[in-house]
Design a protein around this ligand. Structure first.
Ligand code: SAM
Length: 316
């Protein structure tokens, strides 16, 4: 598929290039913010963490909102972006190549914040998919739990946490767990997130952990051990360790909300640039645009080099 055909197939991909964003995901954060306004509080939004941030379109949104478009005082504002992959520099953003599941990453972020806590943490994390559905779902859940654990150690009281989730079988247990830590938990689906995908975002407002609970990251501790001492203990898996045996009252349904105005383009539609099209959707020009940022060190780089040299051959 060529660049211009992808422009037609996916208008958010095209719009990202037009507006200088490195990825179409920028619109997911923008549409979530249009609904919940968590990035609009000029005075209280000082320290922000973007977990799983590469190539960096969410960090670009954060930088524009907190610095470029800000009319207030910029003193003390800081954005830290963390990813396993290296990231090209973004103005006003400190990038950290690190694993969010490792406790050292927490120390590094805290150090960058001068040991102050964050007002906002977001995570758009996605592990490499294997194609084995159950395994992929499990690894994704683990990544969300890691992001949540790190967040509990770094987020200020009343702070906000936004994270990508996949609405799999046992997602109601995550909603329930989050309900113990935050005043309000909403499951939101921005229009720029494909309707055909299980992807959604949890917007957790008003961080309010139990006062007698001190979260502490430790590689040797399980998730259950990490949350023990917090009221989450009520969610212990029953004796025979089967998730299906969790009591019905321990599961929770989060409020579900679609975000993005009625004029937002449909992320599942293909747009044709017909002259006589009378729909309201603004058509991009027919010229195809280059991506804003090429991958810094993509996993397929070596394969491309081998192919160029004619050394990539399949064994017969
Ligand atoms: N929000 C990003 C943006 O707008 O450009 C896109 C994020 S991308 C969908 C998911 C990212 O999660 C990948 O860059 C991947 O390297 C990162 N990731 C996955 N596991 C991670 C981990 N354990 N620690 C840090 N980053 C991780």
């Amino acid at each position: 598929m060529g660049k211009s055909s992808k422009d037609k197939r996916d208008l958010y991909y095209r719009k990202a290039k037009e507006q200088g964003y490195r990825a179409r995901s920028a619109f997911k954060l923008l549409q979530l913010n249009d609904e919940f306004h968590f990035l609009d509080d000029e005075t209280n939004l000082k320290r922000v963490v973007d977990l799983c941030a590469a190539p960096g379109s969410w960090s670009q949104v954060l930088s524009r909102k907190m610095f470029t478009e800000s009319k207030g005082n910029l003193d003390g504002k800081k954005i830290v972006a963390v990813d396993l992959q290296p990231m090209s520099p973004i103005e006003n953003v400190t990038t950290l190549q690190a694993d969010i599941t490792h406790p050292e990453t927490l120390s590094k972020i805290l150090h960058l914040f001068g040991n102050e806590k964050a007002d906002f943490v977001c995570s758009d994390g996605a592990p490499d998919v294997t194609g084995l559905h159950d395994l992929d779902e499990y690894v994704q859940q683990q990544l969300i739990m890691s992001a949540l654990q790190l967040t509990t150690c770094i987020l200020k009281k009343n702070g906000t946490f936004v994270a990508k989730i996949f609405r799999g079988r046992d997602i109601d247990m995550l909603y329930s767990q989050l309900g113990y830590l935050f005043e309000k938990v909403i499951c939101a689906k921005p229009k720029s997130s494909r309707g055909t995908s299980l992807e959604a975002f949890i917007v957790c407002l008003g961080y309010n952990p139990p006062s007698n609970w001190e979260p502490k990251l430790d590689l040797n501790k399980s998730v259950e051990e990490f949350f023990s001492g917090c009221s989450l203990g009520r969610l212990k898996i029953s004796d025979d360790n089967k998730l299906s045996n969790w009591k019905i009252e321990e599961r929770d349904i989060a409020e579900f909300m679609s975000c993005g105005g009625l004029d937002s383009v449909d992320s599942d539609a293909t747009y044709h640039f017909d002259e006589d099209d009378t729909s309201n959707v603004k058509k991009p020009a027919l010229v195809s645009l280059d991506p804003i940022q090429s991958p810094t060190n993509p996993p397929y780089k070596k394969a491309l080099e081998l192919k160029r040299k004619g050394k990539l051959t399949r064994a017969v």
